[in-house]
Design a protein around this ligand. Structure first.
Ligand code: NAD
Length: 256
Protein backbone atom coordinates (compact mmCIF):
# COMPACT_ATOMS: atom_id res chain seq x y z
CA UNK A 1 0.00 0.00 0.00
CA UNK A 2 1.08 3.57 -0.57
CA UNK A 3 1.22 6.32 2.02
CA UNK A 4 2.45 8.89 -0.52
CA UNK A 5 1.15 12.33 0.37
CA UNK A 6 0.53 11.36 4.01
CA UNK A 7 2.53 12.73 6.93
CA UNK A 8 3.27 10.64 9.99
CA UNK A 9 4.42 11.89 13.37
CA UNK A 10 6.04 9.17 15.47
CA UNK A 11 6.89 10.38 18.96
CA UNK A 12 10.02 8.86 20.50
CA UNK A 13 11.35 7.74 17.13
CA UNK A 14 15.08 8.19 17.58
CA UNK A 15 15.43 4.56 18.70
CA UNK A 16 13.70 1.25 19.27
CA UNK A 17 10.07 0.66 18.30
CA UNK A 18 9.42 4.25 17.21
CA UNK A 19 12.30 4.21 14.76
CA UNK A 20 11.21 0.79 13.47
CA UNK A 21 7.67 2.08 12.83
CA UNK A 22 8.99 5.29 11.22
CA UNK A 23 11.12 3.25 8.81
CA UNK A 24 8.20 1.05 7.73
CA UNK A 25 5.90 4.06 7.22
CA UNK A 26 8.62 5.92 5.29
CA UNK A 27 9.21 2.86 3.11
CA UNK A 28 5.49 2.95 2.26
CA UNK A 29 5.95 6.55 1.07
CA UNK A 30 4.93 8.66 4.08
CA UNK A 31 6.65 11.88 5.04
CA UNK A 32 7.99 11.63 8.56
CA UNK A 33 8.20 13.96 11.52
CA UNK A 34 10.54 12.31 14.00
CA UNK A 35 10.82 13.17 17.70
CA UNK A 36 12.93 11.98 20.58
CA UNK A 37 16.24 12.38 22.35
CA UNK A 38 19.69 10.96 21.62
CA UNK A 39 21.21 10.64 18.16
CA UNK A 40 18.49 12.28 16.06
CA UNK A 41 20.78 12.67 13.05
CA UNK A 42 21.31 8.90 12.75
CA UNK A 43 17.52 8.39 12.75
CA UNK A 44 16.98 11.20 10.24
CA UNK A 45 19.62 9.71 7.90
CA UNK A 46 18.06 6.23 8.03
CA UNK A 47 14.56 7.53 7.31
CA UNK A 48 15.71 10.06 4.69
CA UNK A 49 17.45 7.26 2.77
CA UNK A 50 13.96 5.92 1.99
CA UNK A 51 13.10 9.02 -0.02
CA UNK A 52 10.33 11.10 1.60
CA UNK A 53 10.51 14.40 3.46
CA UNK A 54 11.89 13.99 6.98
CA UNK A 55 12.13 16.42 9.87
CA UNK A 56 12.95 16.02 13.55
CA UNK A 57 11.54 18.05 16.43
CA UNK A 58 13.13 17.67 19.88
CA UNK A 59 10.01 18.28 22.00
CA UNK A 60 10.17 16.82 25.49
CA UNK A 61 6.88 14.89 25.55
CA UNK A 62 6.50 15.49 29.29
CA UNK A 63 6.01 19.23 28.68
CA UNK A 64 2.75 20.54 27.25
CA UNK A 65 4.28 23.74 25.84
CA UNK A 66 6.86 21.71 23.92
CA UNK A 67 4.18 19.34 22.60
CA UNK A 68 2.20 22.36 21.39
CA UNK A 69 5.36 23.66 19.68
CA UNK A 70 5.84 20.23 18.04
CA UNK A 71 2.29 20.24 16.67
CA UNK A 72 2.60 23.84 15.44
CA UNK A 73 5.85 22.84 13.70
CA UNK A 74 4.02 19.89 12.06
CA UNK A 75 1.36 22.27 10.74
CA UNK A 76 3.96 24.70 9.44
CA UNK A 77 6.29 22.12 7.84
CA UNK A 78 3.80 19.51 6.57
CA UNK A 79 0.35 21.13 6.72
CA UNK A 80 -0.70 18.81 9.57
CA UNK A 81 -0.50 15.19 10.69
CA UNK A 82 -2.36 12.32 8.99
CA UNK A 83 -0.85 9.45 10.97
CA UNK A 84 -0.14 10.00 14.65
CA UNK A 85 1.87 7.31 16.40
CA UNK A 86 2.07 7.97 20.14
CA UNK A 87 5.10 5.91 21.02
CA UNK A 88 7.39 7.87 23.37
CA UNK A 89 7.69 6.04 26.64
CA UNK A 90 9.91 5.35 29.62
CA UNK A 91 10.03 2.68 32.30
CA UNK A 92 10.98 2.52 35.98
CA UNK A 93 10.74 -0.54 38.21
CA UNK A 94 10.22 -0.35 41.98
CA UNK A 95 7.66 -1.50 44.56
CA UNK A 96 4.79 0.99 44.83
CA UNK A 97 5.68 2.13 48.36
CA UNK A 98 9.22 2.94 47.24
CA UNK A 99 8.28 4.38 43.86
CA UNK A 100 9.90 7.82 43.45
CA UNK A 101 7.10 10.39 43.07
CA UNK A 102 9.05 12.20 40.37
CA UNK A 103 9.34 8.93 38.31
CA UNK A 104 5.59 8.31 38.69
CA UNK A 105 4.84 11.82 37.39
CA UNK A 106 7.27 11.45 34.48
CA UNK A 107 5.88 8.07 33.39
CA UNK A 108 2.28 9.29 33.48
CA UNK A 109 3.24 12.47 31.60
CA UNK A 110 5.27 10.81 28.84
CA UNK A 111 3.47 7.45 28.46
CA UNK A 112 -0.10 8.73 28.81
CA UNK A 113 -0.71 12.49 28.99
CA UNK A 114 1.42 13.27 25.92
CA UNK A 115 -0.96 11.14 23.82
CA UNK A 116 -3.91 13.20 25.05
CA UNK A 117 -2.16 16.40 23.96
CA UNK A 118 -1.03 15.19 20.52
CA UNK A 119 -4.46 13.67 19.87
CA UNK A 120 -6.42 16.79 20.83
CA UNK A 121 -4.12 18.89 18.63
CA UNK A 122 -4.00 16.53 15.61
CA UNK A 123 -7.71 15.62 15.48
CA UNK A 124 -9.15 18.91 14.12
CA UNK A 125 -7.02 18.62 10.94
CA UNK A 126 -7.87 14.92 10.57
CA UNK A 127 -11.57 15.75 10.89
CA UNK A 128 -11.28 18.47 8.24
CA UNK A 129 -9.55 16.05 5.82
CA UNK A 130 -11.82 13.17 6.96
CA UNK A 131 -8.81 10.88 7.12
CA UNK A 132 -6.55 9.99 9.98
CA UNK A 133 -4.91 7.17 11.86
CA UNK A 134 -4.07 7.43 15.54
CA UNK A 135 -1.97 4.52 16.77
CA UNK A 136 -1.09 4.37 20.44
CA UNK A 137 1.83 2.17 21.37
CA UNK A 138 0.56 0.73 24.64
CA UNK A 139 1.94 -2.62 25.86
CA UNK A 140 0.96 -6.06 27.10
CA UNK A 141 1.09 -4.03 30.32
CA UNK A 142 -1.90 -2.09 28.97
CA UNK A 143 -3.96 -5.26 29.43
CA UNK A 144 -2.23 -7.15 32.26
CA UNK A 145 -0.06 -6.09 35.18
CA UNK A 146 3.35 -7.02 36.55
CA UNK A 147 4.68 -6.34 40.02
CA UNK A 148 7.04 -3.39 40.33
CA UNK A 149 5.60 -1.49 37.38
CA UNK A 150 2.68 0.40 38.94
CA UNK A 151 3.21 3.66 37.05
CA UNK A 152 3.88 1.98 33.71
CA UNK A 153 0.90 -0.38 34.04
CA UNK A 154 -1.37 2.50 35.11
CA UNK A 155 -0.20 4.65 32.20
CA UNK A 156 -0.57 1.87 29.62
CA UNK A 157 -4.03 0.83 30.88
CA UNK A 158 -4.90 4.53 30.69
CA UNK A 159 -3.62 4.71 27.13
CA UNK A 160 -5.85 1.77 26.14
CA UNK A 161 -8.78 3.63 27.74
CA UNK A 162 -7.94 6.85 25.90
CA UNK A 163 -7.78 4.82 22.66
CA UNK A 164 -11.31 3.49 23.16
CA UNK A 165 -12.78 6.92 24.00
CA UNK A 166 -11.18 8.58 20.98
CA UNK A 167 -12.32 5.67 18.77
CA UNK A 168 -15.91 6.26 19.88
CA UNK A 169 -15.66 10.01 19.33
CA UNK A 170 -14.42 9.39 15.75
CA UNK A 171 -16.51 6.29 15.01
CA UNK A 172 -18.47 7.75 12.08
CA UNK A 173 -15.63 9.52 10.27
CA UNK A 174 -12.51 8.46 8.37
CA UNK A 175 -10.30 8.64 11.43
CA UNK A 176 -9.48 5.50 13.40
CA UNK A 177 -7.81 5.17 16.77
CA UNK A 178 -6.25 1.92 17.94
CA UNK A 179 -3.63 0.68 20.38
CA UNK A 180 -0.84 -1.79 19.70
CA UNK A 181 0.19 -3.84 22.73
CA UNK A 182 3.68 -5.29 22.26
CA UNK A 183 5.23 -7.94 24.45
CA UNK A 184 9.00 -7.88 24.97
CA UNK A 185 10.93 -6.09 22.22
CA UNK A 186 14.71 -5.96 22.52
CA UNK A 187 15.24 -2.19 22.68
CA UNK A 188 17.28 0.00 25.06
CA UNK A 189 14.22 0.13 27.37
CA UNK A 190 14.25 -3.67 27.78
CA UNK A 191 18.03 -4.12 27.56
CA UNK A 192 18.26 -2.05 30.76
CA UNK A 193 15.94 -4.52 32.53
CA UNK A 194 18.05 -7.46 31.29
CA UNK A 195 21.21 -5.67 32.46
CA UNK A 196 19.67 -5.09 35.90
CA UNK A 197 18.85 -8.81 36.18
CA UNK A 198 22.32 -9.79 34.93
CA UNK A 199 23.88 -7.55 37.54
CA UNK A 200 22.07 -9.54 40.23
CA UNK A 201 22.73 -13.02 38.75
CA UNK A 202 26.04 -12.44 36.93
CA UNK A 203 24.78 -14.26 33.81
CA UNK A 204 23.57 -12.12 30.88
CA UNK A 205 22.35 -15.04 28.73
CA UNK A 206 20.35 -16.48 31.64
CA UNK A 207 18.93 -13.03 32.43
CA UNK A 208 17.69 -12.69 28.84
CA UNK A 209 16.18 -16.19 28.89
CA UNK A 210 14.51 -15.66 32.27
CA UNK A 211 12.98 -12.34 31.23
CA UNK A 212 11.40 -14.00 28.17
CA UNK A 213 10.39 -17.23 29.93
CA UNK A 214 8.49 -15.38 32.68
CA UNK A 215 6.06 -13.73 30.23
CA UNK A 216 6.54 -14.57 26.57
CA UNK A 217 5.73 -18.20 25.61
CA UNK A 218 7.40 -17.87 22.20
CA UNK A 219 10.72 -17.29 24.03
CA UNK A 220 11.56 -14.81 21.30
CA UNK A 221 11.43 -11.04 21.06
CA UNK A 222 8.89 -9.11 18.97
CA UNK A 223 10.76 -6.84 16.54
CA UNK A 224 10.26 -3.13 15.78
CA UNK A 225 9.85 -4.10 12.10
CA UNK A 226 6.97 -6.46 12.91
CA UNK A 227 5.29 -3.71 14.92
CA UNK A 228 5.87 -1.32 12.01
CA UNK A 229 4.09 -3.72 9.66
CA UNK A 230 1.11 -3.91 12.05
CA UNK A 231 1.01 -0.10 12.21
CA UNK A 232 1.11 -0.02 8.40
CA UNK A 233 -1.85 -2.41 8.25
CA UNK A 234 -3.78 -0.14 10.63
CA UNK A 235 -3.14 2.69 8.14
CA UNK A 236 -4.67 0.69 5.27
CA UNK A 237 -8.21 0.91 3.90
CA UNK A 238 -8.71 -2.72 4.93
CA UNK A 239 -8.34 -1.64 8.57
CA UNK A 240 -10.93 1.14 8.48
CA UNK A 241 -13.35 -0.83 10.68
CA UNK A 242 -10.65 -1.68 13.21
CA UNK A 243 -11.64 0.92 15.81
CA UNK A 244 -10.79 1.08 19.49
CA UNK A 245 -8.83 -2.17 19.37
CA UNK A 246 -6.00 -3.05 21.74
CA UNK A 247 -4.08 -5.38 19.44
CA UNK A 248 -1.48 -7.46 21.15
CA UNK A 249 1.66 -8.68 19.35
CA UNK A 250 3.31 -10.41 22.25
CA UNK A 251 4.57 -13.94 21.50
CA UNK A 252 1.57 -15.34 23.41
CA UNK A 253 2.03 -13.27 26.62
CA UNK A 254 -1.69 -12.51 27.00
CA UNK A 255 -2.87 -15.97 25.96
CA UNK A 256 -1.95 -17.46 29.33
P1 NAD B 1 13.38 3.18 23.65
O1 NAD B 1 13.96 3.59 24.95
O2 NAD B 1 14.21 2.45 22.65
O3 NAD B 1 12.77 4.44 22.88
C1 NAD B 1 12.04 5.41 23.55
C2 NAD B 1 11.97 6.61 22.67
O4 NAD B 1 11.25 7.62 23.38
C3 NAD B 1 13.35 7.22 22.34
O5 NAD B 1 13.32 7.76 21.05
C4 NAD B 1 13.48 8.32 23.38
O6 NAD B 1 14.37 9.35 22.98
C5 NAD B 1 12.05 8.80 23.44
N1 NAD B 1 11.73 9.53 24.66
C6 NAD B 1 11.91 9.17 25.94
N2 NAD B 1 11.50 10.15 26.76
C7 NAD B 1 11.05 11.15 25.97
C8 NAD B 1 10.52 12.43 26.20
N3 NAD B 1 10.35 12.93 27.44
N4 NAD B 1 10.19 13.21 25.14
C9 NAD B 1 10.38 12.76 23.87
N5 NAD B 1 10.88 11.55 23.59
C10 NAD B 1 11.22 10.76 24.63
O7 NAD B 1 12.07 2.36 24.04
P2 NAD B 1 11.15 1.36 23.21
O8 NAD B 1 11.29 0.03 23.84
O9 NAD B 1 11.34 1.51 21.75
O10 NAD B 1 9.73 1.89 23.64
C11 NAD B 1 8.87 2.62 22.77
C12 NAD B 1 7.45 2.49 23.27
O11 NAD B 1 7.07 1.11 23.21
C13 NAD B 1 7.25 2.92 24.71
O12 NAD B 1 6.03 3.59 24.84
C14 NAD B 1 7.22 1.60 25.47
O13 NAD B 1 6.49 1.70 26.65
C15 NAD B 1 6.54 0.72 24.45
N6 NAD B 1 6.76 -0.71 24.67
C16 NAD B 1 8.01 -1.24 24.65
C17 NAD B 1 8.17 -2.60 24.84
C18 NAD B 1 9.51 -3.26 24.80
O14 NAD B 1 9.57 -4.46 25.13
N7 NAD B 1 10.57 -2.59 24.42
C19 NAD B 1 7.05 -3.41 25.06
C20 NAD B 1 5.79 -2.83 25.07
C21 NAD B 1 5.65 -1.47 24.86
Amino acid sequence: MSLHGKTALVTGSTSGIGLGIALVLAKAGANLLLNGFGDAQAAIDQVAALGGKVRHHPADMSKVAEIEALMAYAEHEFGGIDILVNNAGIQYVAPVEEFPVERWDAIIAINLTSAFHTTRLALPGMRTRNWGRIINIASAHGLAASAGKSAYVAAKHGLVGLTKSVALETATIGVTCNAICPGWVLTPLVQKQIDDRALASGDAQQARHDLLAEKQPSLDFVTPEQLGELALFLCSDAAVQVRGAAWNMDGGWLAR
